[in-house]
Design a protein around this ligand. Sequence first.
Ligand SMILES: Cc1cc2nc3c(=O)[nH]c(=O)nc-3n(C[C@H](O)[C@H](O)[C@H](O)COP(=O)(O)OP(=O)(O)OC[C@H]3O[C@@H](n4cnc5c(N)ncnc54)[C@H](O)[C@@H]3O)c2cc1C
Length: 501
Amino acid sequence: MTTSIWKATAQKSNFPPLQGDITTDIAIVGGGITGITSAYLLARSGRKVVVLESGEVGGGTTGDSTGNLYSMIDKRLHHIQSKWDKETAGKVARSRTAAVDLIGELVRKYSIDCDFKRVPWYLFSETNKKDETIEKEIKAATDYGLQVEELQELPLPFSVSKAIKVEGQAQFNPAAFVKGLSQNINSGNCSIYEQSPVHHIEKGDKLVLSTPAGKVTANKVIMATHTPKGIYALQTALYPYREYAIAAKLRSGDFPDGIFWDTEAENHQSMRVYRKNGENYLLLLGGHHKVGQEDHYEKFFQRLEQKARKYFDIDRIDYKWSAQHYKPSDGLPFIGESADDNIFVATGFSTDGLTYGVLSAMIFDDLLNDRGNRWAKTYDAGRFTPIKSAKTFIKENINVAKQYLKDLPGKSEVDSLTEVKPGEGKVIEIDNEKWAVYRDDEGKVHSHSAVCTHMDCIVDWNDAERTWDCPCHGSRFKTTGEVIEGPAYSPLDKRKMISKE
Ligand SMILES: Cc1cc2nc3c(=O)[nH]c(=O)nc-3n(C[C@H](O)[C@H](O)[C@H](O)COP(=O)(O)OP(=O)(O)OC[C@H]3O[C@@H](n4cnc5c(N)ncnc54)[C@H](O)[C@@H]3O)c2cc1C
């Protein structure tokens, strides 16, 4: 089983499911860091808010993240300077600093028990191949009032060529923060419902959100679902990637405080320590790839474990998990009103979304209260940036087009059900229809249409998590067909398959 250290150790929240029909001013879909912080700020400013969460508060990507909070970005500030300009990169750094500071204030104000701590952020290269990246980032960070230092050594068990250190960044337990904040929202102005998936939004003068046991009628909707649910043109500018994580219990030794990013390791790696109840855990993350486009997913965990054991005295790997992020085409997230009137989105956060999620909440609080926001224009969800987006847009959309070729007749992973072993999933073609077939450990076959219910792409079997993952826009489904995450609203179609046993 894969589960994150945060989710495995989090206290259960117990908000009820929605039963019956209600009206509100603002409906927020999703109870991650974006949804809960938005609810907190909007309720504080006197607005009536309802949060609808399909599972548990903090149980989405927020609870699968690393818990690092920083002004810098995964894509690097100097890339934003060259793709956009110095002013935009400055806004990114300053707006993110403000969001990290707000988290610190909320933790203090409500004494949220989430191990929030100020720590430095480091980006380093192991050999001189990436020194130039480090040098450019030092220069960019210095431009924006951050406290920057260049280093040639780090307190790590391997040598580094060059590193940048930025003081005053932070770490916390993300699930504990979100759960803690959800307990401190003005309950006169806000109701939270868990186990209440929104499966449809009827658009009109009022917006009507349907859940299994009730409806919410609202003036405005914030889609805080990590990526917008349903079909939006914006999805051509969002690219889903998965990344892997382990929490390894240290038998001896320790790991220094700080956020450590290795720019040279295969596809970039991130390291931090988490200390709880006398146990020290090394969290190691990395190995990203497009969702649904690998043959074997377990290898990403194995690589992380090998690296951890090479350099540290590891007792055992207590938690392993993977999670998804959405890269934006022009390097900046999309925050604001969508093409649908009165529906607001917050997406394209890459792996920087704990801070961007809180920043989105700050922007929504201003926009929905008719106050100006100095960063709203930079992140405007309706922006059109063909030149800045072109390279990534073309590459990623050719990739999506190729995934549709898997739907061509005759493309089948196996010829008969007998070839699907216990614990395995395969796409099989019967009478020109593609089926996602899973055989459980007891030998029972579970079959669904392999056609993703978002935009008809063929799903792919993920052997590490036993899920069906869509390679086009990142929707993921359980072996029972239910949606786990991504833009799809509906489960995989469960029709009776004519046996090919
Ligand atoms: C491996 C990894 C590590 C990361 N580490 C960091 C980090 O250290 N620092 C950082 O800043 N960022 C990090 N990120 C990014 C960050 O985790 C995310 O960007 C952020 O958590 C997004 O928060 P959110 O609230 O927008 O989405 P989520 O936390 O995913 O919340 C969305 C919620 O919407 C709910 N939902 C979905 N559909 C429906 C529906 N139909 N009806 C009702 N509810 C619905 C989901 O159940 C979920 O709870 C990381 C990402 C990955 C993949």
